[in-house]
Design a protein around this ligand. Structure first.
Ligand code: NI
Length: 223
């Protein structure tokens, strides 16, 4: 399941993060890629340090406060954000994300990958996130402040940025619900019961849907 969520960051938060990024120092993105992804990764990455920590906290908190993000991802662990910058034809060729990732306190499994767009799409050419699947390629270039979440199991790439600069924050989540098809069922049920609640309040049907949603989550969640 691929979910795009608009305005996870407000315009003010995007501006705040971009101001921080302008002050940061950048390293070659190959330093944070696995051994085979390194062969196709051409970008710059914000160096670890105070600026990166502050920017990461803003994006991290905004994601965790989004009800749609919570319902789509069910994050158990959310890795600190990596801030990437692409310009002058830079690209990230086809790759799959590492399955296991080090965190500050141990190792997590990547179930869901995400990209938070920080640049206005009119200000750069190219730079689409392309998710490859058996049915073909799906292309995403979202407004600043929006996030796309997609299964970490996919091959994907970033099209070359032929003019302007593309700034994004990327991260990975280990989900309480490991199987993508289970996450999708829970997401659909949650969306349906919320819309039912909007229409008719806490009805008997809403309660039954809520019960099924909670019991499926209980059945499938890893803690
Ligand atoms: Ni990737």
């Amino acid at each position: 399941m691929i979910v795009c969520i608009a305005d996870v960051l407000s315009a003010e938060q995007v501006a705040e993060v971009r101001e921080l990024l302008a002050k940061g120092s950048y390293i070659d993105g190959k330093q944070t890629a696995g051994w085979h992804a390194r062969l196709v990764k051409e970008n710059s990455q914000l160096a670890a340090g105070d600026v990166a920590t502050r920017a990461s906290t803003i994006v991290h908190n905004a994601l965790m406060e989004s009800a749609v993000f919570q319902a789509a991802v069910r994050p158990r662990h959310l890795r600190g954000m990596l801030f990437s910058r692409y310009s002058g034809g830079q690209t990230y060729g086809s790759h799959v994300d590492d399955a296991l990732m080090r965190t500050g306190s141990g190792t997590m499994r990547s179930d869901v990958s995400m990209t938070v767009f920080l640049s206005d799409p009119e200000n750069y050419t190219g730079g689409e996130l392309v998710i490859e699947g058996p049915g073909g390629e799906q292309t995403y270039k979202l407004d600043a402040g929006s996030v796309i979440t997609y299964p970490s199991t996919t091959l994907h790439h970033v099209a070359p940025v032929t003019s302007g600069t593309r700034e994004v924050a990327v991260s990975w989540a280990q989900s309480f619900v490991r199987a993508p098809e289970h996450r999708e069922i829970l997401f659909d049920l949650d969306t349906a019961r919320r819309s039912l609640f909007q229409r008719e309040g806490k009805s008997a049907e809403f309660d039954q849907l809520s019960k099924s949603h909670a019991n499926l989550l209980r059945m499938w969640a890893e803690t």
